[in-house]
Every structure is written in C-alpha cells, then in structure tokens.
Design a protein around this ligand. Structure first.
Ligand code: GCO
Ligand code: MN
Ligand code: MN
Length: 383
C-alpha cells in the first residue's frame, strides 16, 4: 500500500523544466559534468520516472538562431515525443537572461530597443507555448535589476515592467491564447538586487496592471529561503489573493547562493507546512520542480533526483493527511478553536465599553510546544 501511496501519478501534476533534468552541472567555478540531454531524451526520462509534464524556455527547445524550417521540425518532433510518452506541456516561459543583450535587464533595460526585443521574444515564446497547449506562462525577471542604482531610477524600472506586462496581456487577448501569467520573484542572483525581490512585491505590482485578473505569481522555495523568508507564508498570501497560478519547488539553505536542491532535502519541516497548506486548500495547479541534481551525478543520479522530488512531496502529503487525523493534535487544535469564539466586535461604543481581564487572557499555556513535538514525532515516524 505504502509504495503505491508514494508513486507519482498524472493526477499529482508533477512537472519538471527541460532545464532541470537537463542541467549539466555547470557552475561559476566549473564546466559541465554531464553530456547534453536532448529535449526528446528529457521527455523520455520524465515519462520513465512518472512525471506528468514538462516545461521549457523558448530556447531550451528551439535554439535562438534556428531558422523557421528548423523551428518547425523541432516543434513537430517534440510534440510527437510528448504524445508518445504521455507528457503534457502545462507551462511555457521565456529566456530573458542568457544572451548578452540582456546584460542591463530585459523589460527594464535602459535601451528602448532591448526592451522592445525582449517583448517581441516573449510574444514568440508565447506563440511557441500555445502550440503545445500551455495554459501558464511564467515570467522570471532574473536580469531585471542592478549592481549600481546609478544606472536608472528604480521607479522607472517598475513603470517599464508595467508597460511590458500590459502589452503582453493585450497580445494574449488578441491571439486568444488564454494564458495566465505567473510572475516569479527572486531577491538577487544573477543581479546584485532584483527589482521584484519577493512574491509580495509582485502581488502589489499586479494590482496596478490593466488586466490584473490575467496575472498571478509563481513563488519558489529557494527564492523565499535565500533571504530567510517563509515560503509557506508567501504561498498563503498568494493563495489568499487568488494569485497562486504556479509554484516552483526545490530547496535551499537560507543566506546562500541559489542552490536549487532536491525538493525537501534541506528543510523538510518547512516543506511539510507548505505541502500541507497546498493540500488543505485544494491547490489544483502544477507542482513544478525547479531544481537540479548534484554535480556529482550521472543521468541515473538525475533520475534518482527527480524521483526523490516527487517521493518527498507525496510523503509530506501523506504526513499532512495523518496530521489532520491525529487525535492528540486534533485535541489541541480543538482547544485552540474553543478560544476563537466571537460575536464580532460590535460598534465602536460596544467595543470601547467592553472590559478585558488581561491577566486571565494570558494565564493559560497554549500547548504549542506539545503541538510542535507531536508534529516532529509524526515527521520522524515515531508517533
Ligand atoms: C532561477 C529561476 C529560473 C526560473 C525559470 C522560469 O533561479 O534561475 O528559478 O529557473 O524559474 O527561468 O522562468
Ligand atoms: Mn530559482
Ligand atoms: Mn524558478
């Protein structure tokens, strides 16, 4: 039974980017340690490990200098591979960071031609994703930032970002693509400071767009944990705003460079709360793993990595189910809920006239220590 419980199935909506299983282990200090995996080989691997879908940047699939004929052939063959292997393409994205032309940013660059090129490249990436039926378009503004604020006013950058998003929403409407855009925040790396450092920054920005209903967020574990923030709280705010359109799952030691480690491998307890949140609220979107295997691995190790991401998610999901049915935990939650009774605040006079026994309100212990240890026992498997 338990094996079955932890076996990935299409309904779990586990997806990986071509750039994740295809990551060759290059880092700033060393070159690739794995041979290039073609997009078709990546799809075969994803089918083998039990994933639901694959996502790609435009140039993960179609090289930037490909001719129209090459593009058509690549698209045709990749579509065939996806269909042969039962792999969906739920999300598409655009690479606005690799090429030198993006050295000063893309939508926010000072050069108007760079900004126009970036928008055109995104429109073409939207065309490509639409050919595969992708419903989500992720935008990660990795280069939209600075090393020195001498180069532009930060509010001008925000205005340029808004102009780009409004234009792309109009294109989405004109083409009838029906995309939902999911904007992905990150505090730094590759820029010293990225303009939209947190999910909350994007949530505020989105409210200023012409078609805000079309735009949501794509929170990423590593991007929240790099600056020591809570991924669960970011996800909760996005969900509560109706903006959790996509999610990037990986893991990360706080305060370090972007590590993209296997999901749940660093912070299982934090990831437990996040998975529990997603499952409790009934998030029905993709569970996308934006991570990559250690540099020590060959492609068997990459499969171990991909299987591990999904297995850990399913283990945490099962732990969440048990948590919700655990008598000791539920008894404490019932005690907590008993204090949460209210007829409302009433009008100002009523509230101002109420008397509170401040000391009595603070007298009783809340049992959060016990609650947390019961959680730990459950996570450690000794309950
Ligand atoms: C990163 C980002 C990217 C984006 C991807 C999708 O830190 O490099 O997480 O992996 O998610 O470019 O647009
Ligand atoms: Mn990332
Ligand atoms: Mn990401």
């Amino acid at each position: 039974m338990s094996d079955n419980l932890y076996t990935p199935k299409p309904e779990h909506k586990f997806t990986f980017g071509l750039w994740t299983v295809g990551n060759r282990g290059r880092d700033p200090f060393g070159d690739a340690v794995r041979e290039t995996l073609t997009p078709i080989q990546a799809v075969e691997m994803l089918a083998e490990v039990g994933a639901y879908g694959v996502n790609f940047h435009d140039n993960d699939l179609v090289p930037i200098d490909a001719s129209t004929g090459e593009r058509e052939r690549i698209v045709r063959e990749f579509k065939q591979a996806c269909s042969d292997n039962g792999i969906a393409v739920p999300m598409a994205t655009v690479n606005l960071f690799y090429e030198a032309v993006f050295r000063d940013g893309a939508f926010t660059a000072n050069d108007a031609n760079v900004r126009a090129y970036s928008i055109q490249k995104t429109m073409r990436a939207m065309d490509l994703g639409a050919e595969f039926g992708a419903g989500i378009f992720v935008l990660w503004g990795g280069r939209e930032g600075v090393e020195t604020d001498a180069c532009r006013r930060a509010d001008d950058a925000i205005k340029r970002l808004r102009e780009a998003m409004n234009y792309l929403c109009e294109y989405n409407i004109a083409q009838g693509y029906g995309y939902k855009f999911a904007m992905e925040a990150k505090p730094n790396e590759p820029r010293a400071d990225i303009y939209m450092p947190t999910t909350a920054a994007y949530l505020a920005f989105i409210e200023t767009l012409d078609h805000k209903e079309m735009v949501g967020v794509n929170p990423e574990v590593a991007h929240e944990q790099m600056p020591g923030l809570s991924m669960t709280h970011a996800v909760a705010q996005a969900w509560e705003s109706g903006k959790l359109f996509h999610i990037d799952l990986n893991d990360q030691y706080p305060g370090r460079y972007d590590q993209d480690l296997r999901f749940g491998s660093v912070s299982p307890k934090q990831m437990f709360w996040m998975v529990k949140f997603l499952e409790d609220v009934g998030y029905s979107g993709m569970r996308h793993f934006d991570a990559h295997a250690y540099r020590t691995e060959d492609y068997d190790g990459v499969k171990d990595f991909a299987r591990g991401c999904m297995r850990t998610y399913l283990i945490l999901k099962e732990k969440a189910r048990r948590w919700n049915n655990h008598p000791g935990i539920q008894a404490i939650l019932a005690d907590i809920e008993a204090t949460n009774q209210s007829d409302g605040l009433g009008d100002f006079e009523t509230l101002l006239a109420r008397s509170f026994d401040r000391k009595a309100l603070a007298a009783k212990g809340l049992q959060y220590e016990k609650l947390d240890q019961l959680t730990m026992d459950l996570l450690f498997g000794v309950d």
